[in-house]
Design a protein around this ligand. Structure first.
Ligand code: UDP
Length: 255
């Protein structure tokens, strides 16, 4: 297994989408149905900036079993810093790849997050697309009693995959606080439940290929602007670190 790669104090696993999916599949093939839950974090530049601000988020990422670069910004910054990551691993693509495995292997999958209507729509769509899977789920706006019921359901169902779509970092903190549950692998999937339900559209492939998915989302949901201001801050910090690294290099070579 390759060493993790650091980008602005957050450590990433240098894996391709295929490697990430096969690592998770390997864990689930060998899973004995018991806790603890393995945690996957899909971190984009916004999550890196959250981790720099909030030590709880940094700790959750540090303890995660797999941390993938869910943003072209992270991949570019890693190459500026001289420790390249192989490619962007979008949480959306990773979860689709895993659901394809789930249908072949008859996994149990639990979705947690989004509005009740969106969750219902997503479950209906996913049941249609991935028929071999046993599905469960709950919306993401629960109170203490709702949460107790969610925990009971997960304990009864013992899902292979627990996909939590409550936005970062809430979803990642929730998973970290519930690693004692009998679930195989838990992944924070952001707004994917809305995508599966059809409430939100993923960027068309041309935008994705141009690495402009973030811009597409911003145009569709301008309310995301304050959050996306993390992007230029991330880029400026990464550029400053890369510059320092470049300036230090000749000095080191002289000795
Ligand atoms: N959400 C939730 N519970 C909350 C707050 C948000 O389930 O208390 C859901 C929200 O309905 C949406 C998702 O979390 O489906 C957040 O999506 P977003 O696109 O903001 O996530 P990102 O991918 O940017 O982390």
């Amino acid at each position: 297994m390759s060493e993790r790669v650091e980008v602005l104090d957050v450590w990433f696993d240098p894996v391709t989408l295929e490697e990430a999916a096969s690592r998770v599949t390997g864990w689930l093939d060998g899973w004995n149905g018991r806790p603890p839950v393995r945690q996957v974090v899909t971190a984009n530049p916004e999550v890196v900036m959250q981790a720099r601000r909030d030590p709880r988020v940094a700790e959750v990422i540090r303890r995660a079993d797999l941390v993938v670069a869910d943003g072209i910004g992270v991949v570019v910054a890693a190459s500026w810093l001289g420790t390249p990551l192989p490619e962007r691993v979008a949480g959306a693509d990773l979860s689709e790849a895993l659901l394809a495995e789930a249908t072949k292997r008859n996994w149990r999958v639990y979705l947690l997050g989004a509005s009740p209507a969106s969750l219902g729509g997503a479950l209906a769509e996913l049941r249609r697309r991935y028929p071999g899977v046993e599905w469960g789920g709950w919306h993401g706006y629960f109170d203490a009693e709702g949460e107790r019921e969610i925990l009971r359901e997960i304990e009864r169902m013992r899902p292979h995959l627990l996909l939590v779509g409550m936005g970062a970092p809430r979803q990642d903190l929730w998973i970290a606080a519930h690693r004692h549950l009998p679930a195989g692998v838990a992944i924070g999937v952001g707004g994917m439940i809305d995508v599966w339900s059809g409430t939100v559209k993923r960027a068309p492939e041309v935008w994705r290929n141009l690495h402009l998915e973030w811009l597409y989302r911003l145009c569709r949901q301008p309310s995301r602007l304050p959050r996306q201001l993390a992007l230029p801050r991330f880029a400026a910090l990464a550029a400053a670190r890369a510059l320092v690294r470049m300036l230090k290099k000749p000095g080191r070579n002289r000795h």
